[in-house]
Design a protein around this ligand. Structure first.
Ligand code: MN
Ligand code: MN
Length: 317
């Protein structure tokens, strides 16, 4: 079987050609796919700087330099899986509750096929409807979660609203979309509304790894622990780009200093190899605050890293 390939840099200049993720073929539905890249252009869930609605376009635009083979792990995702770009979810930019329903229905349709999703946000609110769709497929309370973020995203409400980029994880726990005992949050830091803000997560049994625990260290040993804790069942990976320090990823809506390094971000995603990863997302890239394009480029590379740790991806000798 011939798998879809990204359009190569010697066939069409990197700065030209299709605007899909890695210049993969586009497709209208998930028929025949093992993995689909999906853009979710939402920023109505944000609480500070806007602009994550342009995240999918920005990340795709900066994905053009990624080549097919992973030189460290020798992963060969495009020798192993049928991948395509399904375009963007047609959200309702005037109505966040409707947008959330539209996203869930869009993912229901994809997950009706034996296809996984790697999603390009959009703000972090998108993870709630994506997890709702996954919980229908994989079972309530069965999904483990690797969540990288500066923020816990467990507020009960924001401005009285229950569904925002800062509340989605609390809703996901309450709705039993995920298994809190198989959930880890990495990179949390900075200031809170109350001194015990992160303790709501801990009370649910979630493993919370604040950024200070990560300073000056390799996260390889942490990921050994994470795999031991959350292996043995399906795992979703949700990567908020603001988990990384703003010196690496300034193009985001709610930056917090003293965060994870680029290398630590890679260690986390690469450390998911061996887990039953069922999907992932990269959220909160806001290109208007990303003068160099590096935040979007880093986001694109983190999505590629997620692709390379999906089960079934062969690693060449
Ligand atoms: Mn977040
Ligand atoms: Mn965040």
């Amino acid at each position: 079987m011939a798998f879809n390939q990204p359009l190569g840099g010697n066939e069409m200049p990197r700065f030209a050609g299709p605007g899909t993720f890695m210049r993969l073929p586009s497709q209208e539905n998930a028929q025949g796919l093992d993995v689909a890249f999906v853009g979710v252009p939402v920023d109505a869930g944000t609480s500070n700087r806007p602009g994550a609605r342009y995240g999918p376009r920005g990340v795709r635009s900066e994905s053009v330099m990624i080549r097919p083979y992973h030189m460290a792990s020798r992963a060969a995702p495009f020798d192993s899986l049928q991948a395509a770009d399904l375009g963007d979810v047609p959200i309702n930019t005037y109505n966040l509750p409707k947008t959330v329903q539209i996203i869930e229905a869009f993912y229901d349709a994809i997950l009706a096929h034996p296809c996984k999703t790697l999603s390009i946000g959009g703000d972090h609110v998108i993870t709630l409807p994506i997890l709702r769709a996954h919980a229908k497929k994989y079972g309530k309370g069965t999904i483990g979660l690797v969540h990288v973020d500066a923020h816990a995203d467990v507020n009960d409400d924001m401005f009285g609203e229950k569904v925002t980029h800062g509340t989605w994880l609390r809703r996901a726990v309450e709705e039993k979309l995920i298994d809190p005992l198989r959930t880890v949050q990495i990179g949390l830091r900075a200031t809170g509304y109350a001194a015990d803000d992160f303790d709501w997560s801990r009370r649910q049994g979630i493993r919370v790894v604040q950024a200070e625990e990560c300073w000056h260290r390799s996260l390889g040993p942490l990921m050994d622990q994470v795999r031991a804790r959350i292996g043995g069942g399906p795992v979703y990976v949700s990567f908020d780009i603001d988990g990384l320090d703003p010196s690496y990823a300034p193009g985001t809506g709610t930056p917090e200093f003293a965060g994870l390094t680029t290398i630590q971000g890679y260690e986390i995603v690469r450390g998911c190899h061996g887990l039953d990863v069922i999907g992932g997302d990269l959220v909160e890239v806001s290109p208007a605050y990303d003068a160099s394009g590096n935040t979007a480029m880093l986001g694109a590379n983190l999505l590629y890293e997620m692709l390379c740790v999906l089960p079934g991806v062969k690693r060449r000798d």
